[in-house]
Design a protein around this ligand. Structure first.
Ligand SMILES: Nc1ncnc2c1ncn2[C@@H]1O[C@H](COP(=O)(O)OP(=O)(O)OP(=O)(O)O)[C@@H](O)[C@H]1O
Ligand SMILES: Nc1ncnc2c1ncn2[C@@H]1O[C@H](COP(=O)(O)OP(=O)(O)OP(=O)(O)O)[C@@H](O)[C@H]1O
Ligand SMILES: [Mg+2]
Ligand SMILES: [Mg+2]
Lengths: 472, 472
């Protein structure tokens, strides 16, 4: 009587589209724009390329079906990034949980789902395929594929494809998705998202062409780029039994000690030897022995002890890529014309073996309108987060700071920016709108905002003293 | 240079365990208990069986590895439900996105992930397999399997299995998962979860045995059960292009009109004929023609028009299973010994073709301690929701009600219960802790709470008058 069956992961995210941020046509249009833009930025600034990104949203009256609440739009995003290799296009855009970002590196993408969730929604609401044009860097060809996703099998189905010799030196990718949306409701969020992206990436040229014909153009104002993030090895504090099994299976090391030094970051020869001795393991044993039957408990013990050993160096963070205090201040000035700005980039910390850097900025006064609570701008891996503010750990911190201590009385003209850069941002959901309350991150956000707020306090008390002097 | 690869859905939820509610050992222990209990209740009350559920959590010092922060526990849940068929045990517990609840019916489970997420976490933190004992109803055998999940392939791997002839008439399932947890931090939440489950299910006998040897026993106080939920056909207001394709592919109907009547709920012969005429489709055409090449736009148009047509009857709701006003009042009295209780079960509504019923209850005064804000008890498909309160649509509604209008001045001894029963509860995440702000649901919660609050207002104003009379 019970009907047991499997569901493909494509079917799962099509059926439960709200989990991926596609709860309604307004959110879907927003999510489609951001998934494409985040992929475009990952394909450029992560690789040291000065980004040139064009976002075009146009209405599709030719697909109208007479239902006024079901407006269709085509969203096209074009970038000058590394492109997608010909053999990877179909899976990258047509297979859920397929990605080049399943590595330990700070990128905007991390799940291998983003663009596919948009393709699935477009398919379900319009029947239209996604169109991809890719000119991979270093290839003499340009490739075009129109495809949709076979949901039962989680496989791409190519409807049309072509290739031609490239003229000129353009490299990059262009993606077009057609979906049911609601531009009138999504407009302000989409415009805000693009503006907040541009404001912290002044090295990027971003253009948004809207269905009403309005063009938002953010030309680059500097050619200086932050150093790109780099891939890292896992840190022992983040390892679990399954990961350890994988590492042992794939390692070329012939002793347990060599494996620790080769396969992990922050483990030197001496530390590895000390650790193994204290943990009660033979440094010279062949690590593959731990995979043998009956050694399950030894393996679990090794994972536990790696996670708990205090003398491994903290995870390296020189491969993270923060926004930087200068760019935060410049961006806040550009957005708000405040009378005061401050910013800080904190030292790196880690949670569960994942390094992270918290940055904070404050803008006060000037052209900012007073409000009853701080205006919070959240960012994670350089992505602006616009929804689910009240659920975010940053809001928890910023709303509970006693701003009176810093000379701020609400209503007040106060803007707070919080950025978290990490090899793994602990989002609450695959829609990437809010961040979990990880204790290490929460306390770093508090420390960062308070550090900048102290600068504001100095400014505000000096301003008050000068006002007093004037009055006399 | 970019490394493209696929990830299995098992690997995905192991790596991103926080998405499934396994963010840390405390949450993981809680989530494991609730996933098993929810499966046990789905296997009993959904099938008209008076539930008998035993939950045992015991510490595993034999698995200790010397790290004090890494305590291991075995969670065992046993029920007298329908059991799991022998051929289904391995996939049900060892394959992510495998379920018997992928149908249109009000059940606690819906994703086909719950128990597997717990198995993955147990495996990753202890290396221990899950143990399942199943005595399927109507079978003369009892089956035992110990298995773990091959993450790369998302397949169960059976380590040990046995079967024996059943003695006696017991049917049901027993599941044991061993994982790293934190009982001291999880204790109060787990106890609260069990108590809040028992309080709205007085027909269930639930026992919780804790690692400290404390036993919480909730014997049933009635044999009267609410009618079990039933499976329904899809409603046209919830259909999309992909679903419509599936329906057309599988239908035995030979005309489009017959297909609408057979495959959907709330579509009668006359309504189907009227709809097709107004939508511009030939009622007598073979529906399979819509799948032919070149008919993509026709198919998308049909989906749009089905979703928008106002004259389909509302979705049936006689197959939903609310708690009921009596049980809500009894439960609130038992929990709080208040001086006043009220409850309402609203008429059914629908969002996107999914029927839902909102129920609300209020308890006031008596033994309830005054608090600065309402104490909110949230439920969805009879599951107590304990985490992420501030993100829940119910909190949004209850915290914004002007309680002064009802005679309630904070601090006040006020408890509010909200329950949403639906064939699809729109959770914000697969961890099932909070509900999205679906407009139809939000307005129903508001209407329900206000309805019960009006009863409270009558009581409080009468109480005030009597107090005045007394004073004179
Ligand atoms: N504009 C682009 N340029 C180059 N490669 C791209 C582009 N868009 C997508 N890709 C490739 O397709 C892959 C899949 O993209 P998708 O958005 O589905 O997942 P992701 O970005 O890896 O993770 P997430 O789900 O978090 O977005 C990417 O990992 C990348 O390799
Ligand atoms: N105690 C049980 N008795 C009977 N069947 C069970 C039991 N536990 C699990 N099952 C079966 O195993 C399947 C998988 O359970 P699982 O918890 O992974 O998913 P689900 O309950 O269907 O959905 P969700 O992910 O929302 O919990 C269930 O659909 C059910 O068929
Ligand atoms: Mg992406
Ligand atoms: Mg379940």
């Amino acid at each position: 009587k019970e009907k047991y069956r499997e569901m493909s992961v494509a079917e799962f995210f099509a059926k439960n589209k709200e989990l991926a941020g596609f709860a309604n046509p307004t959110r879907a249009l927003y999510q489609t724009v951001r998934e494409l833009v985040e992929n475009a930025l990952d394909a450029t600034d992560t690789h040291g390329i000065l980004p040139e990104i064009l976002v075009e949203i146009r209405e599709r009256p030719d697909l109208a079906t007479g239902e006024s609440r079901a407006s269709k739009y085509t969203v096209t995003v074009e970038d000058n990034g590394i492109g997608v290799p010909a053999t990877e296009i179909a899976n990258a855009f047509g297979k859920v949980l397929y990605s080049s970002k399943y590595v330990i590196r700070q990128t905007r993408g991390m799940y291998g789902l983003g663009v596919k969730a948009a393709v699935l929604y477009g398919q379900a609401t319009t029947g239209q395929p996604v169109e991809v044009v890719s000119a991979p860097m270093g290839s003499p060809y340009v490739y075009m594929k129109k495809l949709y996703i076979d949901m039962k099998r989680n496989e791409p189905v190519i409807l049309e494809e072509a290739q031609w010799r490239r003229r000129g030196r353009w490299h990059g990718t262009r993606v077009s998705i057609t979906l049911q949306g609601d531009w009138s409701r999504a407009r302000s969020r989409i415009v805000e998202y693009i503006q907040r992206t541009a404001v912290i990436a002044p090295y990027a040229t971003i253009t948004l062409i809207t269905p009403d014909g309005v063009v938002y153009h953010y030309p680059r104002t500097t050619r200086k780029m932050p150093r790109p993030p780099r891939e890292a090895k896992p840190h022992p504090h983040g390892v679990d039994v399954e990961q350890l099994k994988m590492i042992i299976m794939n390692t070329k090391a012939e002793t347990l000690k060599d494996m620790l030094v080769m396969e992990f970051q922050s483990v030197g020869e001496k530390t590895a030897a000390d650790f193994l001795r204290e943990a009660g393991f033979d440094a010279s044993m062949n690590p593959k022995k731990l995979l043998e039957k009956g050694n399950g408990k030894r393996l679990a013990a090794l994972a536990d002890k790696l996670r708990a050993y205090p003398r491994f160096r903290a995870p390296r963070s020189d491969y993270l890529s923060p926004i930087g205090e200068d760019l935060i201040r410049i961006g806040l000035r550009r957005m708000f014309s405040p009378e005061w700005v401050g910013a800080v980039t904190r030292s790196p910390r880690a949670y569960e073996g994942h390094p992270f850097i918290v940055e904070a900025g404050i803008a006060y006064g000037g052209a900012i309108k007073p409000r009853d609570e701080p205006l919070l701008l959240r960012y994670a891996n350089k992505i602006p987060l616009l929804y689910e503010e009240r659920e975010d750990v940053a809001w928890k911190v910023v709303s509970r700071i006693n701003w009176k201590l810093y000379g701020v009385d609400f209503p007040a003209p106060l803007v707070v920016l919080v950025h978290i850069a990490s090899t793994k941002v602990p989002y609450k959901g695959v829609g990437k709108e809010s961040i979990s309350e990880v204790p290490e991150i929460e306390s770093e956000i508090r420390a960062a905002v308070q550090e900048v707020a102290r600068g504001l306090r100095v400014y505000l008390s000096r301003k008050r003293r000068e006002a007093e002097v004037k009055r006399r």
